[in-house]
Design a protein around this ligand. Structure first.
Ligand SMILES: Cc1ncc(COP(=O)(O)O)c(C=O)c1O
Length: 397
């Protein structure tokens, strides 16, 4: 085990050796268990954000730890020109819990988006290359993914972007119908926008996109990198609507903290990705795939979708009660354990005050506080977090 450094020593090491592309807060986390993490000074934090919706089972869940330990001691890695069993098992679990698709594995959400964009072009007619995406979307930081992301702040300094993307207002079917032409190969949409501020697509909108894709020979891609694998109280968010995509991207929750991304595509669409068209050295590696299997099996065995619905509903009800007493809260919205609290003002100060009081949440889109606790979270932990939030809202001017 490496020697434990102090907060100051760790920050100095980062200042000297790590690229400063993140606006980091001065907290060094060294340990986690369930919904809690501890910093290098021994202070405990309640983690109701799960590191951007990654630690789906909480920190160091015993079933995840056991699965990773066992795999690490058996076979850590073998390349994709041969077969390995954890990858096959994870693909089966994903297929059986979704729409019977086939999986391509990679290591992150952005890579899953790249795979989806490439497959959209491969699968549709030769002249088709354009993709329609939506205002306030977020799809990742690679060139394809930032080009798909309709928020100009992510484009600054990187133009020219990849050609062929058109950005449209969310939930505006007429705009989509007007924009789709003979060169459009697909539509990419988050069923609930995460970074954009927890904005829900209506069922009618998603059904309209489905119908349009069917009419015009385009593919419908749901970006479930943030919403997938239990976050919204169903295994995948599209399952709330009954509208089935041609492809779905996953990452974040899937490994419970171990890096993995996946593209799930209907078998007839997946068939267009032939040997040599796409690849990832580490994609679907044994350890990440074993982690993915443990996450999905634990969600099923421990009824964590029920917990997400039950505790998520409780959290929303409690937040709406708080809204009655706290005029800074404009709206509470979300599904399952993906919850956004729209404030009447910037949330940056509240988020920092929560951190100081030992609560990890997030502020996105300037005014939206976001809660994405682990799927294992309890009502008592929600109560503890909301008491801190209420105090922080009172305190911040
Ligand atoms: C909806 C969505 N898609 C894609 C991504 C990119 O994922 P990653 O950071 O793993 O590349 C994110 C990350 O926040 C996301 O929320």
């Amino acid at each position: 085990m490496a020697e434990l450094l102090s907060t100051q020593e760790t920050i100095e090491m980062f200042d000297k050796y790590v690229v400063a592309n993140y606006g980091r807060l001065p907290v060094v986390l060294v340990r986690g268990e369930g919904s809690y993490v501890w910093d290098a000074d021994g202070k405990r934090y309640l983690d109701l954000f799960s590191g951007w919706a990654v630690t789906s089972l909480g920190h160091c869940h015993p079933k995840l730890v056991a699965a990773v330990r066992e795999q690490v001691g058996t076979l850590i890695f073998m390349a994709n020109h041969l077969y390995t069993q954890p990858q096959g098992r994870l693909a089966k679990l994903l297929s059986e819990t979704s729409f019977g698709g086939k999986c391509f594995f990679c290591n992150s959400g952005a890579e899953a988006i790249e795979a989806a964009l490439k497959l959209a072009r491969l699968h549709t007619a030769k002249e088709k290359y354009k993709v329609l995406t939506f205002e306030d979307s977020f799809h990742g930081r690679t060139f394809g993914a930032i080009s798909a992301t309709a928020q100009s702040k992510y484009h600054q300094g990187f133009q020219p972007l990849l050609a062929g993307f058109e950005y449209l207002p969310l939930n505006d079917l007429d705009a989509v119908r007007g924009a789709a032409d003979d060169e459009t190969c697909g539509i990419l949409v988050e069923p609930i926008q995460g970074e954009g501020g927890v904005n829900l697509c209506t069922r009618e909108f998603l059904q309209g996109l489905r119908d349009l894709c069917d009419e015009r020979g385009m593919v419908l891609i749901f970006d479930e990198v943030q919403t997938g694998v239990g976050r919204t109280g169903k295994m995948f968010a599209y399952q709330h609507t009954g509208v089935v995509p041609d492809m779905m991207t996953l990452a974040k929750h899937l490994g419970g903290g171990v890096a993995i991304g996946a593209l799930v595509a209907k078998p007839e669409v997946a068939a267009s990705m032939k040997p040599g068209t796409h690849a990832s050295t580490f994609g679907g590696n044994c350890v990440a795939a074993a982690a993915g299997c443990a996450v999905i099996q634990t969600i099923l065995e421990d009824h964590l979708l029920d917990n997400a619905n039950e505790v998520g509903g409780y959290a929303v009800a409690k937040l709406r009660e708080l809204q009655q007493r706290q005029p800074k809260i404009r709206q509470v919205r979300g599904l399952g354990l993906m919850i956004g609290i729209e404030l009447a003002e910037s949330g940056a100060g509240v988020f920092k005050a929560c951190l100081g009081k030992g609560l990890l949440i997030n502020c996105t889109h300037d005014t939206v506080l976001r809660f994405m606790p682990p799927l294992t979270v309890s009502r008592e932990e929600i109560d503890e977090g909301l008491a801190i939030l209420a105090a922080a809202l009172e305190e911040v001017d």
